[in-house]
Write a protein that binds this ligand. Sequence first.
Ligand SMILES: Cc1ncc(COP(=O)(O)O)c(C=O)c1O
Length: 411
Amino acid sequence: MNNEQIMEIRKEFPFLDEEKMGRKIVYFDNGATSQKPKCVIDALSNYYSYQNANPHRGAHYLGMLATEMYEDARKKVKDFINASSVDEIVFVRNTTEALNLIAYSYALDKLKKGDEIVLSIYEHHSNLVTWQYVAQKTGAILKYVYLNEKHELDMESYKNILSEKTKLVALAGASNTVGGVIDVKEVTRLAHEVGAVVSIDAAQLSPHLRIDVKDWDVDFISFSGHKMYAPMGIGVMYCKYEILDSMVPFMYGGDMIEYVYEQTTTYAKPAAKFEAGTQNVGGAIALAAAIDFMERIGVDNIHKHELELTDYAYKKMSELDFVEIYSTPSYVRSPLIAFNIKGVHSHDVSTVLDTFDIAIRTGHHCAMPLHSHIHQNSTCRASFAVYNTFEEIDFFIEKLKEVRKVMGYGS
Ligand SMILES: Cc1ncc(COP(=O)(O)O)c(C=O)c1O
């Protein structure tokens, strides 16, 4: 995409309206959550203004409209990730809830003592603590794959760790810190060879890369709307229908039942079986608007622009001898760079950058085992989205030099 196209896209984001914001923010914290375009904000506002009702319940105009819009949103997600059926799309709050759903409804029910769960050392806590809990409850064992020299998943170790004991492979499709993107199709093929199911944490994939669950043949995919231009509080858990149909419910209550008797209940078929209670209908509709936004620009165009930005930032940062980078140098990666400035605590880096209205993330990024592994307590992270520009990166690089000066290192 050329500069003109990016400038047009920027006009769609209210947070970039300098007059209304009273400041010019360089937002490089997209890995935590993206900003929202007006079409998404409007979709949410329209829903609550003119379309609000509880779906699957009222036989009145608004009730039917809300049902239709909610189910259309499910169809939109189905097409977005190339699932076979809308019944495979479960709306949840976020990636964390999706992973907990898989843990409670699939893993706790099906795993037993001695079974192995394969994770990577760079997993986000939501794809790690969850499996620790499953391991404690079932007696399953957690096996970790570590990093190669490029700070990506070491595929040789992955192959070696797989065995007939592996029952679940739970990996991030893209790391939120070291940035590597895995070959989901190959990872899945190898896991299926030993009879394991594969759950991909796609929180850092869905905003950037085209997901194709059919082509990848993956069993579970989880992602959050809020990292891909949609509101907070809406996410997706995809699961192959035959697996989903065999799973026990996650939560119990209204809308997930078929018949309820005094002592027993029969459950609805998926996806309803996993959507107990009133759902975030406005969120699902706004997620559909976010998907429309991404498809209008083109997911491949978004990905290309973000890769170009990341490559540019990586090269510029590599030229600074006081910067240590922990993210992969590979061209294809999550659009983010984790780094530290030698001799300066990451929180100080962030605080100084904030005085120039540059927003980055610091801390362990919910990946403490990874940080222990790379011997860092805390890192800085700059992460990019479709509305970011090369000029913003130049400004950021200039200000990184100032951070050093402010912290007393001279020029
Ligand atoms: C790789 C990864 N997995 C899971 C999550 C959790 O997402 P959420 O907080 O939306 O549930 C995140 C959030 O940063 C993430 O980066």
